[in-house]
Design a protein around this ligand. Structure first.
Ligand code: BMA
Length: 323
């Protein structure tokens, strides 16, 4: 089980800070050259594991090929990332093609750790795999037809079915995108596709007016599923990726109860403003301990950083500043 015996990484809000979420003073926590072959390490997922944490990391190599790597940490901050990418064995289907893998998410459901990622199969779509130990990995059927990105599983079945958010997209640097939900009885066949959230009108909340996508696995709270997500605006310097949050109904997550009008975190620090792709804050994982939440995000498509908040404050903020 993921029952937590370890403390999540945490730093109290600085005294002079009035923001709902604040950054770790030692960001970034993983630098671009953390393994010998890497050009960049970002948009990665972590989860409590044994007496510490495990993770699935997006490491692009120096040929700029995208792949995912397992890693381990005692404290969630200092990571040992394997030098070789994850090798998949056949899961609930024959081995299927994977030209590349990127932007993983990880969650524990029932008896195993499930991983979703953007899988190269005639263009990007959502790959699914599982592991029990972060040593052996099994690849399942792709969830959707190409093109799709940001496949994010819910951490438990909803009304008896696995549930996953995703963002139908195109084969390039998609200039559109809304968040959908799909259900599956078996992690193989996905259907009942419904729209959850669309981009906002520019006049209402411009940071999320071009495209949005699910971030970390949703966090179950008494009031609903807390979903951190990324929102994008197209500026004269290109796409700018920020982070907001929404609260989805526990029984029917297509019902959006609240959604932040202002962002919670947007590119502002040097490591978010500059890198291989400037102006990117891209959350892919969150750890919780009581009311505390620590969000892991890729910064400028180059490094991994973390930010902190209190779940109750975030929900309160959402209620007062909802679209
Ligand atoms: C998206 C994905 C992400 C990336 C982002 C910003 O389309 O490729 O991996 O962080 O663009 O470049």
């Amino acid at each position: 089980m993921t029952a937590q015996s370890v403390m999540i990484p945490w730093q109290d809000r600085p005294e002079d800070c009035n923001d709902i979420m604040w950054r770790f003073s030692e960001n970034p926590i993983i630098n671009r050259y953390a393994i010998p072959t890497s050009n960049s390490i970002f948009n990665s997922a972590v989860i409590p594991f044994e007496d510490g944490f495990a993770g699935v990391f997006r490491c692009d190599n120096k040929a700029v090929q995208m792949n995912i790597f397992a890693g381990f940490s005692k404290d969630g901050i200092n990571w040992d990332i394997n030098h070789d990418p994850i090798e998949m064995q056949a899961g609930n289907t024959d081995m299927i093609e994977s030209d590349y893998k990127y932007d993983p998410r990880v969650t524990f459901i029932e008896d195993r750790y499930w991983i979703t990622w953007c899988n190269g199969y005639n263009g990007p779509t959502i790959g699914i795999g599982y592991t029990f130990d972060f040593k052996e990995f099994f690849q399942c059927e792709n969830a959707f037809l190409p093109f799709n990105r940001n496949g994010v599983l819910f951490p438990e079945k909803i009304n008896g079915k696995y549930a996953m958010l995703s963002r139908p997209s195109d084969n390039g640097h998609t200039p559109f995108g809304d968040i959908y939900i799909s259900y599956s009885p078996d992690m193989k066949y996905w259907g009942e596709h419904r729209c959850v959230m669309k981009v906002t009108p520019f006049e209402d909340s411009a940071w999320q007016c071009t495209k949005i996508g699910g971030g970390p696995v949703p966090i179950k709270t008494e009031e609903g599923w807390l979903l951190f997500y990324h929102g994008v605006i197209n500026t004269c310097r290109g796409f700018r990726y920020s982070m907001g949050a929404a609260l989805l109904d526990l029984e029917d997550p297509t019902k959006v109860l609240y959604r932040t009008k202002p962002y919670l975190l947007a590119p502002a620090e040097v490591y978010e403003l500059t890198g291989d792709v400037p102006n990117v804050v891209f959350p892919c994982a969150a750890l919780t301990e009581g009311d505390k939440v620590t969000v892991y995000y890729g910064a400028a498509d180059t490094v991994v950083a973390i930010a902190f908040g209190y779940i109750s404050e975030i929900i309160d903020f959402m209620k007062k500043n909802s679209i």
